[in-house]
Ligand binder design. Structure first.
Ligand code: OGA
Ligand code: MN
Length: 228
């Protein structure tokens, strides 16, 4: 695990979303546009600070595309065992692989990811990172290596919904939660990537605006660019 290191592990009780991003029609004063379907935070300020730097595109891939990606990555993952017992790892309950060559459908999906996520001409990290989290697995708060990865991280979520939490590195009382629905694409850019830790919550902590978001086995397919 050279790409990431654990930054801190703050024990949090399960947090309630404030009235910031309510779905119901009676919360007119605090509704903040379409991102409220997938973003909620501890304060208006923190949500505003991240505007434009976090994005979740729901249903970015179809069920057929999800299936095709799964079929491509599963044989490589199956050969490995889930890692549970390295207490100092940033990730618990996972196995992973990297992939340089993709089939026709995989390649066309990744082309779409690159087109929407990265600045044109930005040099990309060649191999795509494939991370398989067991149902019991989770990712602790960390910042991806600034030595090996650039300004943008883009990830597809297969098989399960999950919650990604962002916490400012210098102020661990604020937080922003992203609902990463199955088959969505998330993008973290700039400050969201450099100044906030990100983590994927374990099943027992997986809630969005008070609603349980069951965490099953989840596979992510992650593209990164190179540092400039
Ligand atoms: C990582 C990471 C998030 C994900 O591997 O550094 O943060 O979506 N992964 O799996
Ligand atoms: Mn990461």
């Amino acid at each position: 695990m050279t790409l990431i290191r654990v930054v801190k592990q703050v024990q949090r009780k399960s947090l309630q979303c404030p009235l910031l991003c309510k779905f119901s029609s009676d919360s007119s004063a605090l509704r903040k546009g379409p991102e409220c379907k997938w973003l909620c935070g501890s304060s208006q300020e923190i949500v505003s600070a991240l505007r434009g730097q976090v994005e979740v595109r729901q249903n970015f891939i179809s069920e057929e595309e999800e299936n095709a990606l799964f079929k491509e990555v599963e044989p490589g993952l199956r050969k490995k065992r889930y890692e549970f017992d390295h207490w100092d790892d940033a990730i618990h309950g996972y196995r992973e692989t990297e992939r340089l060559q993709w089939g026709v459908m995989g390649e066309s999906i990744l082309r779409r990811v690159r087109a929407v996520a990265f600045p044109e001409g930005s040099p990309l990290l060649g191999p795509v990172h494939v991370l398989d989290l067991d149902k019991e697995g989770y990712i602790k708060p960390h910042i991806d290596s600034v030595k090996f990865c650039g300004s943008t991280i883009a990830g597809l979520s297969l098989l399960s919904d999950s919650i990604m939490r962002l916490v400012p590195e210098n102020n661990s009382t604020d937080w922003v939660d992203l609902l990463l629905s199955r088959r969505s694409l998330y993008i973290l850019r700039d400050d969201a990537r450099f100044k906030f830790t990100h983590e994927i919550l374990k099943d027992e902590d997986s809630f969005f605006i008070g609603q349980k978001v069951p965490r099953h086995r989840r596979i992510s397919v992650i593209c990164r660019n190179l540092p400039v």
